[in-house]
Write a protein that binds this ligand. Structure first.
Ligand code: HEM
Length: 513
């Protein structure tokens, strides 16, 4: 028996033991019959999962599948992948398989058989393809938390309709109008979070900031109590999106589904209120995400259902919150450990203040934001080396071929950013941190090789929003505060997304001007 096999058996047994432990606890509080029914549900689910995966394997055997392993029924290779990510060895996990099986290999992640494709051609195949071959339909856990009518599950005219509505609140003229409120809000949050403190937790502060900003600016929810309650439940729901979808009491997935139900109950009255304010002309269709979705009409002139609006609210927050908080945290992490980069950013930001007309109003302007070119290049280079989004999944709508292999209908296909971001044929000296590669690069970056925001039809629609958010945060942090990292040796770890491993505690004090 190989070491890996034993290890997988160990993890499988561990999961079973955890389930059995839960069953024992459950027994204390529930009646005997409920207990038996619960065990029966677990047993039936495991048996069905076993036969479904056998069936998929059997179907797969008749095809020319790429090399690789589907791991164990239901669990697949999810646990070894999660373990590698936690140890910040995610890229190596893929590289080991690429060197063994080539740029296309099979595995099983998040409960589904998966084909991983790497490199420019692979990225183009996944991201440049059409929705009718590779759908953005997400793994079961994510789809259950985000809801069955979220933008990733929609195709054709329904997809275009929802995307168009979301883009209407993210277009340049609306973003331009939001610079002042964003700047004000960010300043207030930074002052509040640093008040009477000499140390703050960088990651927690950036998560809070990113959520409050999205909530206030994108969804128009300004009430502190509601924002806090939604933030708590959404973070429970986030944890569930990358888990195996075991809906048994006590599991992360089960807790995520319950958090989603609480989010729905909180949003329904907000929708009612927005509907009323829209009808009285107090709000416009482009006021926020809810008003633009509430005013949408489908091809039969029917409004969207409340469920569909809530699904897309949850999805927009999932798509925007952690990603933005990661980028902000990585930026603070980088600036506090690299004095050369920090000094250049500080110089650029101070220059903005020096050039400001004395009579001009306090606060950042659209043109000042556009002059923060170096600061943004640092963020671009960070996203090359540590992409906030590792890659993303598609589902094959029909039997598909790629690279000489068959990919059966219903399988997941995964592209990964680091496959090209760290490729020396695309980026010279890829392990060197060099923001200047984004300043008139000597060789242009080929399409489908630099993909922090994805590519093709589903390219991120929030990239300009997050750019403005980051530039305002960094401007205020470097011009108003001095800070240093409490643990200079702190590394980045993926759990499953990349954050500084110790939560980025930073010593901070107001800057003396
Ligand atoms: C650093 C921050 C961000 C990163 C790295 C990021 C990354 C991505 C990536 C890689 C995709 C493509 C996913 C795929 O093709 O499967 C995507 C899509 C998307 N992002 Fe972002 N994102 C960020 C911030 C945001 C923000 C702030 C918003 C909203 C305000 C947002 C909303 C969306 C939406 C709605 C989609 C789906 C678009 C579609 O399917 O057409 N993202 N993002």
């Amino acid at each position: 028996m190989s070491y890996n096999f034993k290890l997988n058996v160990f993890h499988f047994n561990l999961s079973i033991n955890i389930l059995l432990l839960f069953v024992s606890l459950h027994n204390i509080v529930q009646s005997y019959y409920k207990h038996m029914a619960f065990i029966l549900v677990i047993a039936i689910t495991l048996i069905i999962a076993f036969f479904v995966s056998k069936l998929l394997l059997f179907k797969g055997q008749t095809k020319n599948l790429p090399g690789g392993s589907l791991g164990y029924p239901l669990l697949g290779e999810s646990l070894s992948f999660r373990r590698a990510q936690k140890q910040n060895r995610g890229p190596q996990w893929f590289e080991e398989r690429v060197s063994k099986h080539g740029p296309v290999f099979k595995t099983s992640l998040m409960g589904s058989p998966t084909v991983v494709v790497t490199g420019q051609a692979g990225n183009k195949f996944v991201l440049g393809g059409r929705d009718d071959a590779l759908a953005t339909k997400q793994p079961l856990a994510l789809a259950s938390i985000a809801g069955k009518e979220n933008i990733f599950e929609l195709t054709g005219s329904r997809y275009k309709m929802v995307k168009g509505a979301m883009m209407s609140i993210l277009k340049p003229e609306i973003l331009q109008k939001n610079i002042k409120p964003m700047d004000e809000l960010i300043k207030n949050i930074l002052l509040r979070e640093t008040k009477n403190k000499d140390t703050i937790k960088g990651v927690a502060t950036m998560k809070k900031l990113a959520f409050e900003l999205a909530s206030n600016i994108l969804t128009g929810i300004k009430d502190e109590h509601t924002t806090e309650a939604l933030s708590d439940d959404l973070s429970i729901a986030f944890k569930a999106i990358a888990t195996i979808p075991f809906n048994f009491p006590g599991t992360v997935f089960w807790k995520g589904l319950r958090a989603r139900s609480r989010i729905v109950s909180r949003i329904l009255p907000i929708l009612e209120q927005k509907r009323e304010e829209l009808s009285k002309g107090k709000l416009s269709p482009t006021s926020d995400l809810f008003t633009c979705l509430l005013t949408l009409r489908d091809e039969n002139q029917k409004p969207l259902s409340d469920d569909m609006i809530i699904d897309n609210y949850v999805t927009l927050i999932i798509a925007s919150h952690d990603t933005s908080a990661i980028l902000l945290s990585l930026m603070i992490w980088k600036l506090s450990r690299d004095s050369e980069i920090y000094n250049k950013v500080l110089e650029e930001q101070m220059d903005i203040l020096r050039k400001r007309d004395e009579e001009a109003e306090d606060g950042l302007t659209w043109s000042e934001i556009h002059n923060m070119k170096y600061t943004w290049r640092v963020a671009q280079e960070l996203m090359r080396m540590v992409p906030p989004v590792f890659g993303s999944f598609r589902t094959t709508v029909k039997d598909t071929q790629y690279g000489g292999y068959d990919i059966p209908k219903g399988w997941l296909v995964l592209w990964v950013a680091h496959g090209t971001h760290m490729n020396k044929d695309v980026f010279d000296n890829p392990t060197e941190f060099d923001p200047s590669r984004f300043e008139n690069p000597s060789k242009p970056i080929p399409p489908f090789t630099y993909l922090p925001f994805g590519g093709g039809l589903h390219t991120c629609i929030g990239n300009e929003f997050v750019k403005i958010e980051l530039l305002i945060v960094i401007h205020n942090l470097v011009t108003k505060f001095e800070w240093s990292q409490l643990h200079p040796e702190e590394a980045i770890t993926r759990n499953p997304v990349p954050y500084p491993s110790m939560g980025l505690p930073i010593k901070i004090k107001p800057r003396k001007l």
